[in-house]
Design a protein around this ligand. Structure first.
Ligand code: NAP
Length: 484
């Protein structure tokens, strides 16, 4: 398969390619170019031209192209789901859910791209200024957006960047995760087939990181350091986000990073509801979700009932071939990642946690695990796990439960289970997370909502309205008349 450079499907300048393989059985699912800095330069050269073309295209025409792309994304949803499942090892039922969101997401973004209203400025309220001047703001595309995406939602997270960037009138260069480039290329084809002008969209495939000093530069540095790029929209690990902040220079940054999301179960909670929600929220996509439930903080009065309700639900999750319709949990992205998760579980047990179920590895699959009595200060609670396990600990009272929930470097999402509205309100105010869910876990997202983390979980918000705003610049305009 070729990559996309400014509307032209082509090979890497070096001619290098690499295979994309299934994490489940190693089958080759596709072959993609391995781009290098020369290809990045070519994509950015084309983007410079594309950004001008697209910025001069009226919003209604941009919307027409995007609506056609949305139709194509809908028509191709089943194909996209098969590609996601094959390259990411995601259970096909989950992959279908993910793929089916692309069309609507493009439509939501396309609408927001037509809503770039400015403000009228009451300049005469400023002493010394009369009625002879008029002031207002207009919004314009930033120009070139670089989008860098992770492996875990290869369609959804790509679409959360491409759709708003294009709707706002920008040119985009996308660097998808090396493990999952095929989904990104398939989605890009929806836009090119819909009539997106040349130059506006590129997808470069290859390694994000370089090989260290003196070796080949990674695509990441080549993209984010280029001064022609006015905005970097990144989703991935906190470590990579940190690197981007160090090298990007003066440009807008949105960083959607890692997490260790907490759920608090208070004594007045509906325990059955809490257990059912955690049995979903900790294990969707084999726990490889930034808003996955990693820590559950229970009151001692309900801890035993909660665990009794949770364990059988977790044991009912069916692992296996991601392509089978009755598999409810697929693989981790690689066997090496599964080994890392297995080691983390063993380490937590060595530190005194009790493994109630799961934690066994078979290739890239780790059976869904529940650990009780986990020390909230241990690496198993503090570091992002990104795997199918939930750490349960306890807290004596409301205040210490909130302190525990806030006691990690991250702040992406949180959930609290309670039947008391006063406790819910207090938790909403005191939990430091980008989204707080009452009587559900953080693993829930409507694509239109503002979405992004606090603390080490990132900077900025996604969701079509927020992303369109962050992918535009505001210009203040003053018309100087004469006093009359
Ligand atoms: P990652 O290793 O940080 O990779 C993310 C992307 O960055 C990939 O495309 C990667 O390319 C690229 N990259 C690697 N080094 C780079 C560099 N020096 N400069 C620029 N780009 C570089 O993350 P991942 O393992 O794919 O994804 C898992 C992480 O993403 C987790 O921490 C998860 O919490 C986070 N995440 C956050 C959100 C959110 O909304 N907050 C959503 C989803 C995932 P290669 O693939 O070629 O290495």
């Amino acid at each position: 398969m070729e990559m996309l450079i400014g509307g032209t499907w082509q090979s890497a300048a070096s001619g290098r390619t690499e295979d994309v393989t299934s994490p489940f059985d190693g089958t080759v699912t596709g072959t993609v170019p391995v781009a290098d800095a020369a290809d990045v330069r070519a994509a950015l050269d084309r983007a410079e031209v594309g950004a001008v073309t697209w910025r001069r295209t009226p919003a209604h025409e941009r919307m027409r192209v995007l609506m056609r792309a949305a139709e194509l994304a809908d028509e191709r949803a089943e194909q996209t789901a098969q590609v996601i499942s094959a390259e990411a090892g995601k259970a096909i039922i989950e992959a279908r859910g993910e793929a089916s969101r692309s069309g609507d997401l493009i439509r939501l973004a396309a609408f927001e791209g037509t809503q770039l209203y400015g403000d009228s400025l009451p300049l005469d309220a400023n002493r010394g200024t009369g009625l002879d001047k008029l002031g207002f703001t207009i919004h314009q595309p930033v120009g070139i957006v670089v989008a860098i995406t992770p492996f875990n939602y290869p369609a959804l997270l790509v679409m959360h960047k491409l759709a708003p960037a294009l709707a706002a009138g920008n040119a985009v260069v996308l660097k998808p995760a090396r493990a999952t480039p095929l989904t990104a290329l398939a989605l890009a084809r929806c836009f090119t087939d819909a009539g997106l002008p040349d130059g506006v969209l590129s997808v470069v495939t290859g390694p994000g990181a370089g090989n260290g000093p003196g070796n080949r530069q990674g695509l990441g540095d080549a993209l984010v350091t280029d001064p022609r790029v006015r905005k970097v929209s990144f989703t991935g690990s906190t470590a990579t986000g940190q690197r981007i902040t160090q090298v990007a220079g003066i440009k807008k940054l949105s960083l959607e990073l890692g997490s260790s999301c907490p759920v608090v179960v208070l004594p007045d909670a509906d325990i059955e509801l809490a257990a059912s929600a955690v049995a979903v929220g900790g294990y969707v996509n084999a726990g490889q979700v930034c808003i996955s439930v990693q820590r559950v903080i229970t009151h001692p009065a309900v801890a035993a009932d909660f665990l009794d309700a949770l364990v059988p639900k977790v044991e009912a999750i069916k692992t296996g071939d991601p392509g089978f319709p009755d598999t409810t949990m697929g693989t981790l992205i690689t066997a090496a990642e599964a080994e890392r998760v297995e080691r983390s579980i063993r380490d937590a047990v060595a530190r005194g946690a009790k493994l109630l179920t799961g934690g066994e590895r078979d290739g890239a699959i780790v059976s869904p695990a529940v650990l009780a009595g986990v020390d909230p200060r241990s690496p198993f609670s503090q570091d992002e796990l990104f795997g199918p396990a939930v750490a349960v600990s306890s807290a004596e009272d409301f205040q210490s439960a909130i302190a525990q929930a806030n006691g990690s470097p991250y702040g992406l999402g949180a959930g609290i289970f309670t039947s008391d509205v006063a406790g819910a309100v207090r938790a909403i105010r005191e939990i430091d997370a980008g989204s707080v869910h009452i009587n559900w876990t953080p693993l829930w997202r409507a694509d239109l909502m503002p979405y992004g983390g606090l603390k080490a979980s990132g900077i900025g918000k996604e969701g079509p309205r927020s992303a369109v705003a962050e992918m535009t610049d505001t210009k203040t305009v003053i018309l100087h008349g004469r006093p009359w």
